[in-house]
Design a protein around this ligand. Structure first.
Ligand SMILES: *[C@@H]1O[C@H](CO)[C@@H](O)[C@H](O)[C@H]1NC(C)=O
Ligand SMILES: *[C@@H]1O[C@H](CO)[C@@H](O)[C@H](O)[C@H]1NC(C)=O
Ligand SMILES: *[C@@H]1O[C@H](CO)[C@@H](O)[C@H](O)[C@H]1NC(C)=O
Length: 436
């Protein structure tokens, strides 16, 4: 064989190799894929999220998303919690053949709001195909957004998906109202491995990772814990703290007041612990920076200070037999803490997206405030009415001690302007009996 023909073969082989390299590079866009079990026990009910990160210094991403279309909506989000996560909510288009993909930003445990800062282009191959939402999309301004960002160098970027209740929602409106999710789950995705030539990921069996375990849902793992948190906090601020106040004001039992408020304080501390655990485990707001959480810490702090001031004040009173000055602080801090606690119960129901429970709570709260207010008002009026009867003079009169000292014989009755008959004083010897 001549050198020339060898040379030709080399060129041909080289061309062949180069061509296949380019073809395969185009076919296999780097991507990372997650496949998780959907909300029903059906093994074919799965949720697929595949991401490609183009290495073109842009702010864009490509993604491929599959979810059962018998649910009103399905979504996945870039981020491991609801608050601050960019979520792509997918539902049927108005004609029911294609998909509407609405980028939204989560604000806690309530419906995420559409953002027009992020732009999603739905590409070919998308639609509702064999009962599945199929989304092939390119997303611009997708790597950072108002309130969050993703780390494209991360090998385990936290992600979330969720699916709505069964039914159909046909809309082209990017602001369409969606119902609360029926199931959701967290997962991680390797964005570093998904970086390279840009394009819609093609999911094949070798690129598939199966998510572990059934998804979390509204009836899932932490519902019990959330209910316990609400039970402790609502119980403390709606019943136990006001009950402790009435013990003091109505029955004037200091030790009962102390015991009941201590119980309420323990309930709030335990409730706070449960709340922190839910936020961390359920990744609702694990940094504990949501307003409900911050106000909650303030309330527990105030409650602790109020308790300490009250206890110290009582010790001072025991020692000096005089009301301690710091008790004024206790009387201001107590109601302030209770009020703030009640407000934070409302904010908690909003945080959990339970609007009906919130309304029930507000009604119960007003009934409680009316009851406590009425009892305190009646008690105060009764006390004002009975006050003249509890003076030493009235006690003397009532108890018939006006005879001492006796004026019979020893001295003449004082004349007008010479002072009155001295009364037997209950103040010096012993407290007069209280007339209630
Ligand atoms: C996911 O569901 C689709 C049908 O929607 C099915 O074709 C596919 O095999 C399922 N994948 C896995 C990993 O179960
Ligand atoms: C859905 O819309 C995209 C973008 O307009 C288009 O490429 C795709 O073919 C449509 N799918 C169907 C099933 O009509
Ligand atoms: C499947 O995808 C991976 C990575 O995306 C790729 O390397 C592989 O060649 C693909 N396999 C097939 C059969 O397409």
């Amino acid at each position: 064989m001549s050198v020339q023909s060898l040379y030709k073969i080399r060129i041909l082989v080289g061309l062949f190799l180069t061509t296949t390299f380019f073809l395969s590079a185009q076919a296999a866009v780097p991507a990372s894929t997650y496949v998780g079990r959907g909300t029903s026990p059906d093994p074919n009910d799965n949720v697929t999220v595949s991401i490609n990160v183009p290495n073109d210094n842009s702010d864009s991403l490509y993604f491929h998303f599959l979810a059962p279309a018998d649910q009103t909506w399905a979504a996945f989000g870039l981020g491991g919690q609801m608050a601050g996560t960019l979520i792509f909510v997918t539902y049927a288009s108005k004609d029911g053949n294609n998909v509407t993909v609405s980028p939204r930003i989560g604000t806690g445990h309530v419906m995420p709001k559409h953002t027009s800062d992020v732009q999603v282009d739905v590409l070919s191959g998308s639609g509702i195909i064999d009962g599945t939402f199929v989304v092939n999309a390119k997303c611009n301004k997708c790597r950072s957004w108002n309130g969050g960002k993703i780390n494209i160098d991360s090998t385990s970027q936290a992600m979330i998906w969720a699916a709505g209740s069964s039914g159909t929602l046909n809309s082209d409106d990017l602001n369409a109202q969606i119902s609360k999710h029926e199931g959701y789950d967290f997962f991680n995705i390797n964005l570093k491995a998904a970086t390279g030539a840009g394009g819609v990921p093609v999911v094949n069996s070798s690129s598939t990772i199966i998510g572990d375990g059934p998804p979390l849902d509204g009836h899932g793992r932490f519902r019990g814990a959330t209910g316990f948190h609400a039970f402790l906090m609502v119980g403390a601020f709606l019943i136990v703290f006001p009950g402790g106040l009435l013990m003091l004001r109505v029955f004037e039992k200091v030790w009962l007041h102390w015991g009941i408020q201590s119980l309420a304080l323990l309930m709030t501390i335990l409730g706070m612990g449960v709340g922190i655990a839910i936020s961390k485990k359920d990744s609702i707001s694990p940094n504990l920076t949501a307003p409900h959480q911050i106000i909650g810490f303030a309330v527990v702090g105030f409650a602790l200070v109020t308790w300490t001031v009250g206890f110290t004040g009582h010790l001072i009173y025991k020692k000096t037999q005089r009301p301690a000055k710091i008790m004024k602080g206790h009387r201001v801090l107590g109601p302030l803490t209770m009020g703030l606690g009640l407000i934070n119960c409302i904010s908690g129901f909003r945080f959990a997206g339970s609007n009906i429970a919130m309304i029930v709570f507000i009604v119960a709260m007003f009934l409680m405030l009316i009851f406590v207010g009425t009892v305190l008002f009646l008690k105060r009026r009764q006390r004002a009415r009975k006050a003249p009867l509890n003076t030493p003079a009235a006690a003397n009169f009532r108890e018939g001690h006006a005879a001492a000292p006796s004026y019979t014989g020893e001295a003449p009755l004082p004349l007008y302007g010479q002072g009155g008959i001295p009364l037997h004083s209950y103040v010096d010897n012993q407290a007069p009996p209280v007339y209630r």
